[in-house]
Design a protein around this ligand. Sequence first.
Ligand code: PRX
Length: 659
Amino acid sequence: MSSTIDSILVESRVFMPSAETVSKAHISGMSAYKALCAEAEQDPDAFWSKLAREHLTWHKPFSKVLDESNAPFYTWFEDGELNVSENCLDVHLKNGNADKTALIFEADDGAVQRVTFRELLARVCRIANGIKAMGFGKGDRAIIYMPMSIEVIATMQACARLGLTHSVVFGGFSAKSLHQRIVDVGASLVITADAQMRGGRVIPLKAAVDEALTGAGSEVVKKVVVYRRAGTDVAWDEARDVWLHDIEEGQPDTCDPVAVEAEHPLFILYTSGSTGKPKGVQHASAGFLLWASVTSKWVFDAKPDDVFWCTADVGWVTGHSYIVYGTMAAGLTQVVFEGIPTYPDAGRFWQMIERHKVTIFYTAPTAIRSLIKASQAHPETHPERYDLSSLRLLGSVGEPINPEAWVWYYNNVGGGRCPVVDTWWQTETGGHILTPLPGATPLKPGSCTLPLPGISTSVVDEAGNEVPEGRGGLLVINRPWPAMIRTVWGDPDRFTSGYFPPELKGAYLAGDNAQRDKDGYYWIMGRTDDVLSVSGHRLGGTEIESALVSHELVAEAAVVGRPDATTGEAIVAFVMLKRPVPEGKEAEDIAGQLRDWVAREVGVIAKPRDIRFGNNLPKTRSGKIMRRLLRVVAEGKEVLQDVSTLENPDVLKQFTGVY
Ligand code: PRX
């Protein structure tokens, strides 16, 4: 990562928002931003309470705002009641937007389907009625394992309408990962599809569900609802499986929204942590929705005529906050895309922006970098070949965006006129935390700039003391905010110890390294733990290590990330086998087997790029694996550090072959 950090430190370009952007923005100019920050600081309860009354529709109004009595298990608006789906859909019918387009769905093959808010609400109600008729309701949990579609959005909303807590699992995770999540969350219902279509390929989903449901503990699942997407043959369990179209059949277009307590878990989303198995990040209904919709308005500066496109999958938090909930509550017309950016060619994103007249485009640095590369090799896919004049705002999320990619995005996609909002946040934060406001913040390429009003952040040392300007440290959030993680599902101790270590005196530990410059701007320098970011996907090094070690040939394994110009990081596995170090063809064969094994155990997204073999791993005398040194080897560099504390310094010389 060092080259990126060095270039960030010398970055001095500043891009000012245009007078037109400022004049039309919800938060107009730095003085308006500062005034909101001051208001929040002076009386946080009044600030949040006003937002919650203005932005949400309540069944029962709240009288309390923040309750800190059981910190860090904070609660927000605790005695209030509302329904999330009503706030995302019914409200738009009441305010005259029933016939406004809610979703423009573009399939992998280019077919387009549009639904209005009225039609989407009717669909959500039919699905909700079907789920209710099978006997599910508030207090139940549903696993959703579906492709990007109108159906997945309607299904998530249908769960919210009934008070079912959903847990969406990204389609790139394996049957084994799905099984773990089904058991951990205690799902009684699974909603899936026969298959998904990506890049012209048909990828089965129902088969993975069938496999996931054979393992111990999965008997909690009573029903599997299947959306027929691809029309492929699937195995069928008459007692358990039911088609989505069959449960909708004959159901009325209305379904009363179930009022739930503000703290009722809206969803649990699994994400990778520094150690052990993935953790279920639990989010509350009111606080999450409030921040997701307020940030949709502020950060994307949502206007009635906007066409918003977030390219994330709903299997990740970005899709929850800025496709299914926040942006929908904000009433935006949204593009939803089933496919991948490079099919049928790398011009797909630009073609879709032109076709649907997208005004706000929100994507990940990894996509931008891969499209830069593709446009160099295939000039016909360069954004300049398309009419992107509809765009007025660009966004970036998921990993640091290097200044070169930022400037390319700004100039070539945004035509030099669209602000780029580089939004830093996490599954745990529920919504944006550090980000520019398009009509206020001067932009510096590579910096996610400043905290939003109501949010207090710092960069501290291990003892919790603020570090001076320009020095690296731990990024923390000092005060609770409504959309924060409530707990780790089923493991409250992991929540307190992982996010609120005692040295930090009550601050939330984000797990990222950061530094602040002389203007108070934040520069994110990557994770402090072994969490990897591969193509914007968050993966735990330990999960991949555990998968490797469970293979019969493997004795020990260590996984690290190495910087990659396109995917951000690439996974590198150092493996010690139970047999002598293999070479040549044998090493290639074993590496192939191990990659397939990891795809089976964790998911295709977790396959190591490089596998290196040795007869041991570098360890300290107390037996700790020195991943720091392995990172140097993984980059193909010579280890110049002092290795005298190693038990076995010679071992580093072994990992020369890359398979
Ligand atoms: O390291 C940070 C990086 O992504 C992590 C959170 O990953 P996840 O929970 O999967 O959520 C991703 C989508 C919000 C963070 O700890 N990250 C996210 N956004 C940025 C970022 N790093 C730098 N700049 C960003 N804008």
